[in-house]
Design a protein around this ligand. Structure first.
Ligand SMILES: NC(=O)c1ccc[n+]([C@@H]2O[C@H](COP(=O)([O-])OP(=O)(O)OC[C@H]3O[C@@H](n4cnc5c(N)ncnc54)[C@H](O)[C@@H]3O)[C@@H](O)[C@H]2O)c1
Length: 350
């Protein structure tokens, strides 16, 4: 095989993945799959080559002219579609979060590994230049021992409304933590060197969504028939302990009476860092110094980076930097945080 033929499933975020896969010289998007024909046709008009359309993912997975499947559907559909794909020998690239539950995530990871296909998480934040830059420094030992981190994503008004995406965001298996928290949890966990979690203490709830407040685009307040279906968190926060003694404070808010923020702070024995604005903190000549970092502007995006890595994994057999197993570990921490909130006590993961 010299070119990977890919079907993109889900015409929301699937389009960002699909554009990057179509632009890569070693892959082409040859099929699209969505329940909505008009969304497929609109995206197809952007693509350089003609594509097949599928509304039934099971049929699509039987197509011998498809080598790999990018799953960009609502959380609740990631596992059924990716499972069908790996069982048919297709490589898979799955958007975050891996699943809507830990059990579903585990079933998929085991099936993908047994099938021996490339299985990768599509993580636009982990593959972004600033996170990759900090990861490079961490691997070189710049921070010394990383012993603590704080990561948070806060929106003032950011609950997906009736006019943004589907109701799946606010239903069971959706929620703020699985939507935004997952990016910040994944990236900070990766920066810490993917330590093994041992315990999680969390709080979570829904303070805005069920009251019809905090939705994106206030001029289009969702009707009660929409927000009465609210069955997920709109905030979650907690503390994760790892087996090497490292601590992580993590928070995610879809709505709040606070300014918007997306931050990672790393605490190391030799240096610290924050993600936004990208800054390194050190002590030089016994003086504390804060070093702002300007990364070179590139024409490519994190979608291009992760698409390129996926294609290299398939064609060159290189080790995958974000296997679905990482998605499972992040899912375990996320679900433990939400369960801890429900039970009102710490959840052990060891
Ligand atoms: N930066 C990122 O990585 C990022 C950003 C946004 C969303 N996402 C993820 O992408 C997923 C989808 O979110 P979105 O914003 O694109 O939602 P969306 O509602 O805009 O799009 C989802 C699409 O999937 C289609 N779909 C639903 N069920 C399907 C099925 N069974 N078979 C085929 N198609 C189906 C819908 O018709 C719709 O077109 C979520 O899991 C979300 O977490 C990731």
């Amino acid at each position: 095989m010299d070119k990977v033929r890919i079907c993109v499933v889900g015409m929301g975020i699937g389009r960002s993945n699909g554009r990057a896969l179509a632009a890569n010289p070693r892959s082409s998007v040859t099929a699209l799959c969505d329940l909505l024909q008009d969304r497929m046709e609109a995206f197809a008009s952007e693509l350089p080559e003609p594509v097949k359309f599928y509304t039934d993912y099971k049929l699509m997975c039987q197509d011998p002219d498809i080598d790999a499947v990018m799953v960009g559907t609502p959380n609740q559909w990631h596992v059924p579609i990716a499972l069908e794909a790996v069982r048919n020998g297709k490589h898979v690239l799955v958007t975050k979060p891996l699943a809507d539950s830990e059990d579903a995530a585990r079933t998929l990871v085991e099936a993908a590994e047994a099938a021996g296909v490339v299985n990768m998480m599509s993580l636009s934040m982990r593959f972004s230049d600033p996170v990759q830059y900090l990861g490079g420094l961490a691997r070189q030992g710049f921070f010394g021992e990383l012993y603590y981190a704080h990561s948070r994503s806060v929106r003032r008004i950011g609950i997906p409304g009736a006019n943004k995406g589907g109701v799946h965001f606010i239903q069971k298996g959706g929620g703020a933590f699985r939507d935004m928290g997952v990016h910040f949890l994944d990236s900070v966990w990766w920066l810490l060197g993917r330590p093994k979690p041992v315990s999680v203490l969390g709080v979570a709830g829904a303070k805005f969504g069920p009251r019809g407040q905090g939705y994106w685009m206030v001029e289009h307040q969702p009707p009660a028939s929409y927000y009465s279906q609210y069955a997920a968190d709109d905030y979650g926060g907690g503390f994760i302990r790892f087996d090497n003694g490292v601590g992580l404070h993590i928070e995610s808010f879809w709505a709040s009476h606070h300014e918007d923020m997306g931050q990672i702070e790393l605490f190391g024995t030799e240096a610290g860092a924050k993600l936004r604005p990208l800054t390194l903190h050190q002590t030089l000549n016994e003086q504390p110094v804060d070093i702002p970092v300007e990364l070179p502007q590139k024409p490519s995006t994190s979608w291009d980076t992760l698409a390129g890595h996926f294609v290299d994994c398939v064609l060159d057999g290189i080790p995958c930097q974000s296997p679905l197993r990482d998605g499972l570990e992040v899912q375990r921490m996320m679900e433990a945080l939400l369960l801890s909130a429900e039970l009102g006590k710490e959840v052990r993961l060891d």
